[in-house]
Design a protein around this ligand. Structure first.
Ligand SMILES: [Zn+2]
Length: 371
């Protein structure tokens, strides 16, 4: 595929991405469910989570592609969705597999260039069981919360963070700062204390769409972690879970290894940590009758330091100046530039890896149905 063709899969704003998605899906005869979000986007445009379904009676397997769980990471995810429906051999696919697309899992963040939702909640830490005790607070986050969300954000804060990392190690920092927390609602990666709008919508819609299928692969597409243009699979399953062995067999070296015990790995690439309330884990319980194979597909963009600083600066501006202040919008742009690299090489790497993953997924599903 030429660069020009690849470029046309990507959009430059949430609105443009949504329009492109809907046009493509309608063109293929998809059933579309557009869920209106309670808030508005820039210039008072309405926001939606759009769910498109392409089904054939009798199919017992499904693939779900999700974009925008972390707002502007949706530029990368939506391009993969466009690729799959336009050039991924859809007609052949639909002979055996139903295909579903969720565009704008967190539409508020997508439209405003925020990783977080309308309530400053990290949606990928929000699919927790809130009835079940206060399982995961991460009170250790309070140790660094004043550096991450200070009264005044200066270079000194970042120097202090660097010092903290040099003393305690990168993986300790990742666990404290990035695993999620429920102690500072104005901080980063705040998991919330109840289900967000997006979470509620997913729980109300997915069982009806997918509940009658035997096997479903859910690919939640992210960006901003790992090496430039490389897509790695982050499985949420424990080693003893049979699904882990299945994914390892299907994707082999595309699965990120857990390097968190290795402090030398300060780049943040392939770093995994214990989290609570991630979307992929919750799907097992949301779809109890179906065997779900869910994972995050994470594409690398720029170095970890830059992503982290952009995240902190945007969060600071959002709380200090408000959502539509110029300073916040600029900080949002810079954050977006860390999640979405507007260059032909990066886009080509993203789509080429995605093509590979799609082929491996289909082969895997065929194997399952043959067993
Ligand atoms: Zn993400």
């Amino acid at each position: 595929m030429s660069n020009l063709n690849i470029n046309s899969l990507f959009s430059e704003s949430y609105q443009q991405s949504r329009e492109r998605f809907l046009t493509t899906m309608k063109d293929k005869g998809a059933e579309i469910l557009s869920l209106l979000h309670p808030d508005e986007g820039p210039n008072m445009t309405p926001l939606y989570m759009d769910v498109a379904s392409l089904k054939r009676a009798g199919n017992k397997q499904g693939i779900v592609l999700v974009s925008g769980t972390h707002g502007p990471e949706g530029f990368c995810g939506a391009a993969c969705q466009n690729y799959m429906v336009e050039r991924g051999g859809l007609a052949k696919l639909l002979e055996t597999v139903n295909v579903f697309f969720i565009h704008g899992h967190n539409p508020f963040g997508f439209a405003w260039n925020r990783r977080f939702t309308e309530n400053n909640v990290d949606l990928n830490r929000n699919y927790a069981d809130f009835e079940e005790s206060q399982s995961f607070l991460n009170v250790d986050y309070l140790e660094i919360s004043d550096l991450i969300h200070p009264h005044d954000l200066t270079e000194e804060c970042f120097d202090q963070i660097k010092l903290w990392i040099s003393e305690r190690g990168a993986s300790a920092f990742h666990q404290v700062a990035l695993s999620g927390q429920r102690v500072d609602p104005d901080g980063i990666l705040y998991g919330g204390v109840h289900g967000e709008w997006s979470n509620t919508m997913i729980r109300s819609v997915l069982p009806g769409l997918l509940g009658n299928l035997d096997d479903v692969v859910v690919i939640d597409i992210h960006s901003g972690l790992g090496d430039y243009g490389v897509g790695e699979i982050f499985s949420v399953y424990q080693n003893h879970d049979p699904r882990q062995a299945v994914l390892a067999q299907w994707y082999d070296d595309l699965i990120a290894r857990n390097d968190s015990s290795n402090d030398a790995n300060a780049s943040g690439a392939s770093e995994q940590y214990v989290t609570d309330g991630d979307f992929c884990s919750a799907l097992t319980e949301i779809l109890p009758q179906t065997t779900v194979y869910a994972f995050a597909l994470e594409y690398g963009t720029v170095e970890f330091d830059r992503v982290f600083q952009a995240l902190v600066r945007e969060n600071f501006a959002y709380h200090k100046y408000g959502l539509d202040d110029d300073r916040t919008l600029k900080a949002g742009q810079r954050l977006r530039d860390c999640f979405y690299i507007n260059s032909p090489e990066w886009k080509e790497l993203v789509i080429t890896r995605f093509e590979d993953i799609l082929v491996k997924t289909l082969r895997g599903l065929q194997k399952l149905s043959g067993d």
